[in-house]
Design a protein around this ligand. Sequence first.
Ligand code: SF4
Ligand code: SF4
Length: 91
Amino acid sequence: MKVEEKLALGFFRTDDRSHIVLDQEACRACDLKVCLKICPAGLYSISEETGEVVVEYAGCLECGTCLLACPKGAIRWEYPRGGYGVQYRYG
Ligand code: SF4
Ligand code: SF4
């Protein structure tokens, strides 16, 4: 089974508020923008409307990779509230 197929088994219960908040000032000054490439779920992108870095928190795998990789400490990240977020299923 491919990684993509395994990830598709996950079930998400989405909160109405994001558990990931970005410091846009720091993001604007960031040249590397590693978040665009390092998230295994590909949740970071550049908004076509505003040009800002945005994150689709609803599909977060709660791996914490973006938090560790961001060179500017611009990500405020916490686990989703109880009952929300990803539920992993195996098989
Ligand atoms: S790597 Fe960090 S500072 Fe740079 S754009 Fe992404 S979240 Fe912002
Ligand atoms: S915690 Fe993992 S899945 Fe969630 S946004 Fe960060 S890198 Fe992507």
